[in-house]
Design a protein around this ligand. Structure first.
Ligand code: F3S
Length: 65
């Protein structure tokens, strides 16, 4: 189990996170990242880490929960 978060001050809307891992990340009306459910495990945790690694702004963090 892990907790995935986005820092709204760092997210500028590159959109790589929700393009690569749409089951974990969503977009608001301006294309910034939203995370409907911060608690992930299994395949969703793997996807969350894909999003973390994909963000050029390092806006996403995944921590063990
Ligand atoms: Fe934002 Fe990074 Fe995703 S800038 S939209 S968190 S790829």
């Amino acid at each position: 189990m892990a907790r995935v978060r986005v820092d709204p001050d760092r997210c500028v809307g590159h959109g790589r996170c929700y393009a690569l891992a749409p089951e974990v990340f969503d977009a608001d009306d301006e294309g910034h990242c939203l995370i409907p459910n911060e608690h992930v495990d299994g395949e969703l945790e793997i996807q969350a880490r894909v999003g973390e690694e994909s963000c050029p702004e390092s806006a996403i963090t995944v921590e063990d929960d």
